[in-house]
Design a protein around this ligand. Structure first.
Ligand code: DC
Length: 239
């Protein structure tokens, strides 16, 4: 049965201006997800990986034997997301990443997922004072008024090598050259689509993680957002 996503999760539709938002956008395998998670932990904020929504929508399309490039199939996929699979390894494959990029280029899909994301930011789960969301259009479309914005990138060869290492640890052997081609193709599609393309917001701080390990990248991310976030935490109305 099809149900709008916001009803599945029970979020209201009103935006609260009080919540603090850190928007983390960037290219595939740039490290943005890890950084977003660590920032959320650091500040005690809720975290949402918006890419997982598109991956879940794509998974739902493929399970129903649909075509991720077909508008009706893709919209149905977005409307029938199974949130129980959010942490499932099956949505983490490069194949699903590619299909997610296809469904994400369809305006009706993005519109169907918009309220869910905005409501998450306006009412972070667990009564948390803020939220960190990572994706492609968080600082540009989902929350242009975010408290702090990061745009995370790394050289394509470095990102392909990270992905190769990750897959190897999972027992999956892929050619690094193929992974590089796939990452480049997905980034090109995400950057060039007419709706909500991946682009650095003018007020987003650029963080290049090419030559940084996880700890150094996190320290750099924190240095870029902490003054804005701490000041918002101090100024936020209580009661
Ligand atoms: O971040 P990821 O690799 O899990 O994202 C998978 C795809 O989903 C990505 O190629 C583009 C799409 N996506 C998007 O269009 N907008 C977002 N906010 C997040 C992901």
């Amino acid at each position: 049965m099809e149900r709008p996503i916001e009803k599945i999760r029970g979020y209201g539709s009103a935006m609260s201006p009080q919540s603090i938002v850190i928007a983390v956008d960037g290219t595939a395998a740039s490290g943005k997800g890890t950084l977003a998670k660590k920032l959320a932990q650091h500040f005690g904020f809720a975290h949402l990986d918006s890419g997982a929504l598109y991956r879940l929508a794509a998974y739902s399309v493929l399970e129903a034997k649909g075509d991720p490039k077909n508008e009706a199939d893709a919209l149905r996929g977005a409307q029938t997301i199974d949130f129980n699979l959010a942490g499932d390894a099956r949505i983490r494959t490069d194949f699903i990443g590619q299909a997610a990029s296809f469904v994400a280029a369809i305006p009706a899909v993005r519109a169907a997922l918009l309220d869910f994301q905005r409501n998450f930011l306006a009412h972070p789960p667990g009564g948390s004072p803020g939220a960190v969301m990572d994706g492609r259009d968080i600082g540009t479309v989902i929350c242009p008024g975010a408290t702090a914005k990061l745009y995370v990138d790394a050289r394509p060869d470095v990102r392909a090598r990270r992905r190769w290492t990750e897959l190897k640890a999972m027992g999956i052997r892929r050619g690094e050259g193929d992974l590089l081609k796939e990452l480049n193709a997905r980034d090109a599609a995400d950057k060039s689509r007419p709706v909500s393309p991946l682009v650095q917001a003018p007020d987003a701080a650029l963080l290049d993680t090419s030559d940084l390990g996880i700890d150094a990248a996190f320290a750099a991310a924190l240095a870029l957002v902490s003054a804005k976030v701490e000041s918002a935490l101090k100024d936020r109305p209580r009661g």
